[in-house]
Design a protein around this ligand. Structure first.
Ligand SMILES: Cc1cc2nc3c(=O)[nH]c(=O)nc-3n(C[C@H](O)[C@H](O)[C@H](O)COP(=O)(O)OP(=O)(O)OC[C@H]3O[C@@H](n4cnc5c(N)ncnc54)[C@H](O)[C@@H]3O)c2cc1C
Length: 530
């Protein structure tokens, strides 16, 4: 039987973080015929597997959509790149591997948006379902899941110096940001197995490729859903010169990420009627929420030159043999480093209140942005990336054409909100105080913020900003969203969205673990037919 004639029980659009989890859970039931469609290809590249090579993966068109946004008026009209995985594993194949779940209150607060069943107690069991943590089983952790979570294997004395300095500043040490509380500073855990990246594809998809009820098709561009009488009956893909339909007798699940998912809905006639008409698309559901509510964590880099060797000066020909062997035999050392080795979570007003800021700390520095060339400074230095966790700023994603090969229009100004900017000024002052506390202060040669006044700090922010790379919220659940609390698209049968776009409010932390939890919970809704 040709593929087009099969009536699939489930068609999953996108083999990213969420799509890989869904493919695993839905095809675990032998009678379900599952089709997984993806624009990218299998994640076989060594650049994806070796943690320290992350800058050779994100921002590279081989693996990344490299979506370019509209000029950001708050940053001298630069046109930032929004990275997003275009490869099996999606964002989990190019991310920084930092394992953070967010705060308990984040999930409890979603009910304020009209979302039911997503309190912390409801979601914890789905975090646990996928987790295979190096740390022992506990109320907060599990060793029974498919996704390997490892302790840091790339130690450096500056890690402990940072944590001790934060402690002297008044922040408690925290050796589990995903446990009782997120407040404090400590070392991170990473999405890694034996010193290699453990992305969603390695954990959930590649181990099940032999299931004969699962078909994965790579390198195809999903165009739109086929909708008849308000019910999805199939999907249409295009690939270079041909177009093809796949028939669905069950559900279609859109898991194309926070930029890709709203575009698929809009091309299918689900979105703001004026945008759809402008692009000559028949309106199936007129709903303004599709593509709105785009959120990310605004961040600022700060480099601190130091007087001892850091990983960037270790990556030299004469030292690489030692580090290579250490990584090969022990899975440890600088080659296994996630994008940051330590974090600090604090409140920008009273530091011990609910955190609204996060410092990512790395005992190495690099100069890089998507599409640019990686440059490792020749001098030893620390790099910090400080993010605002509860941003007010929101943007939107819209199609520029009904042709799926045309890029999106992403409108988002990083510093649109004066409150976000003020919080960042306060966060950077706290960072500066930590870096001038003992014992880390004795290593720091230059503290760039310490002598600046607020106006100068604002200038520093605008020229050293970065996106948190945590795009969320564009097909969200809730009263004002396009989805019900069980992730079903309102007013259309047989259609759900399951990925980072479903969050009504971005969580306070890195988003990959939460997306995996969302996919676990989504699979549970689907299999229990809720
Ligand atoms: C550079 C970077 C660093 C990050 N660092 C961290 C970190 O350290 N820790 C952390 O927790 N989180 C991090 N994140 C965020 C995290 O990885 C994402 O939140 C998560 O991967 C999003 O998952 P998703 O399933 O929503 O979308 P994705 O994983 O992006 O999956 C979407 C999939 O759909 C496919 N697709 C989209 N449109 C189409 C189409 N039209 N046709 C066919 N296929 C399509 C894409 O190719 C992709 O494979 C980072 C993200 C990036 C980009």
């Amino acid at each position: 039987m040709s593929l087009e004639k099969i009536e699939w029980d489930y068609i999953i659009l996108g083999a990213g973080t969420a799509g890989c989890v869904l493919a695993n859970r839905l095809s675990a039931i032998k009678n379900n015929k599952v089709l997984l469609l993806e624009a990218g290809y299998c994640d076989t590249s060594i650049k994806i597997k070796i943690p320290a090579l992350q800058p050779y993966v994100f921002g590279k068109k081989e693996f990344d959509w490299c979506y370019q946004a509209q000029p950001d008026k708050t940053r001298n009209n630069i046109r930032p790149i929004w990275p997003a995985g275009k490869v099996w594993g999606g964002g989990s194949s190019l991310n920084g591997m930092i394992y953070i779940r967010g705060q308990k209150e984040d999930f409890n607060e979603w009910k304020n948006y009209g979302v039911d069943g997503w309190n912390y107690e409801d979601v914890l069991k789905f975090f646990l379902k996928s987790e295979n943590n190096e740390e022992e089983n506990s109320y907060y952790h599990s060793q029974n899941g498919l996704l390997k979570i490892s302790n840091l294997k790339s130690n450096h004395l500056l890690n402990d110096a940072f944590i001790d300095a934060a402690s002297n500043f008044g922040l408690p040490k925290n050796n589990d940001f995903n446990g009782e509380t997120q407040i404090g500073s400590g070392k991170v855990q990473a999405f890694q197995k034996k010193g290699l990246r453990h992305n969603a594809s390695s954990a959930f998809l590649k181990p099940i490729l032999k299931r004969d009820n699962l078909k994965v098709i790579s390198g195809v561009l999903i165009n739109k859903l086929i909708i008849k009488d308000s019910k999805v009956i199939g999907i249409n893909i295009i690939n270079k010169n041909y177009s093809k339909n796949f028939i669905s007798k069950g559900e279609v699940i859109v898991s194309a990420g926070s930029i890709g998912s709203p575009m698929i809905l809009q091309r299918s006639g689900i979105g703001d009627a004026s945008l759809l008409k402008q692009n000559d698309i028949k309106v199936e559901v007129n709903h303004k929420a599709v593509g709105e509510n785009l959120q990310d964590h605004p961040g600022v880099y700060c480099e601190y030159p130091v007087n001892i060797s850091t990983f960037n000066t270790e990556f030299k020909f004469n030292k690489m043999l030692k580090h290579g062997l250490n990584w090969l035999f022990n899975g440890s050392g600088p080659i296994s480093t996630p994008a940051a080795t330590c974090c600090a979570f604090f409140n920008t007003n009273k530091i011990l209140d609910r955190p609204n800021a996060q410092i990512h700390f790395s005992p190495f520095s690099y100069h890089y942005s998507p599409l640019s060339k990686l440059h490792l400074p020749k001098y030893p230095a620390i790099l910090t990336g400080t993010c605002i966790l509860n941003p007010e700023t929101k943007g939107r994603v819209s199609i520029s054409s009904k042709d799926p090969q045309q890029p999106p229009i992403i409108e988002h100004s990083l510093w649109d909100s004066e409150k976000d900017l003020k919080n960042m000024v306060k966060a950077l002052k706290k960072l500066s105080q930590i870096m001038s506390s003992k014992p880390i202060s004795k290593y720091i040669l230059n503290n760039p913020i310490i002598k600046l006044n607020d106006i100068q700090i604002k200038d520093f922010i605008k020229s050293n900003s970065f996106l948190g790379y945590h795009a969320s919220g564009t097909c969200c659940m809730g009263d004002k969203g396009i989805l019900n609390s069980n992730l079903k698209v309102k007013s259309i049968k047989n259609l759900r969205v399951i990925d980072a776009s479903v969050m009504p409010k971005i969580i306070r932390g890195n988003t990959n673990a939460t997306v995996i939890m969302i996919a676990e919970k989504g699979a549970d809704y689907i299999l229990s037919k809720r």
